[in-house]
Every structure is written in structure tokens, then in C-alpha cells.
Write a protein that binds this ligand. Structure first.
Ligand code: 5GP
Ligand code: ZN
Length: 108
């Protein structure tokens, strides 16, 4: 699989991992566009949000709950933050493996 995020999951490409469990991986963005810029990905390859299926409900709710938790843990929750997922070319998606950006630490 020639997917950079699958390689990060497989640990063949390094990343600054914040959190990991059976379903998801959370790591710092390599080119942060805010003081806090963290990526949340499912370990299984899903191309984008447009490709989620009914069977992914548990995975997706789990991931969203971890976003909230980690926003709290890294200290940006009180001031507020942004959660973003880009879909396809016009959506600005560069890496074709579903991910959410967690951005904060400044007024966006
Ligand atoms: P997209 O535009 O696809 O929504 O966002 C992809 C994000 O992945 C970008 O913010 C980019 O900086 C980040 N990124 C791309 N390659 C790597 C990598 O190898 N490691 C890490 N940690 N982040 C990456
Ligand atoms: Zn992938």
C-alpha cells in the first residue's frame, strides 16, 4: 500500500505519536499550521470521509471522542479549537487516507 499514513500506522515511516489503540492513531502534523496541529486517523485505510460505511460507525464515534479528549489533554479545549477533514481534490485533501485535523493554540 503506497499510502504515507498506512506507513505511519505500520511504523515504517516515523511520526510523533500522541495516542494509539487498536482502531486509531494520533500524531503531530509534520508541517503544523497552528501551535497545536494534530492528526487523527483510523488504522484501516479509508480514502476519505466520503468512503465511510455503516460498519464504520463504532470506529468513527470512537475517533471523535478521542479528538475531544485529546483537545482537553493538550490544553486547548477552554479557548476553543477547530476540527477539519478535507475530502478530495477540491476539498484540499492531499493525503488520501481519512484524517481529521485538530487545530488550536491561537485564534484561527
Ligand atoms: P490534507 O491536506 O490531506 O487534509 O492534510 C494532510 C496533512 O498531512 C498535512 O497537514 C501535512 O502536513 C500532513 N502530512 C503529510 N505527510 C506527513 C507525514 O509524513 N507525517 C506527518 N506527521 N504529517 C504529514
Ligand atoms: Zn492509508
Amino acid at each position: 500500500m503506497d499510502c504515507i499514513f498506512c506507513k505511519i500506522v505500520a511504523k515504517t515511516v516515523p511520526a510523533k505519536v500522541i495516542y494509539e489503540d487498536d482502531l486509531i492513531l494520533v500524531f503531530h502534523d509534520i508541517a503544523p499550521s497552528a501551535p497545536t496541529h494534530i492528526l487523527f486517523i483510523p488504522k484501516k485505510h479509508i480514502q476519505s470521509l466520503h468512503y465511510i460505511e455503516e460498519g464504520d460507525k463504532e470506529l468513527l464515534s470512537h475517533l471523535l471522542l478521542r479528538i475531544k479528549q485529546i483537545a482537553q489533554d493538550v490544553g486547548i479545549a477552554a479557548a476553543g479549537y477547530r476540527v477539519q477533514t478535507n475530502i478530495g481534490r477540491d476539498g484540499g485533501q492531499v493525503v488520501p487516507h481519512l484524517h481529521w485535523h485538530l487545530l488550536g493554540g491561537k485564534k484561527l
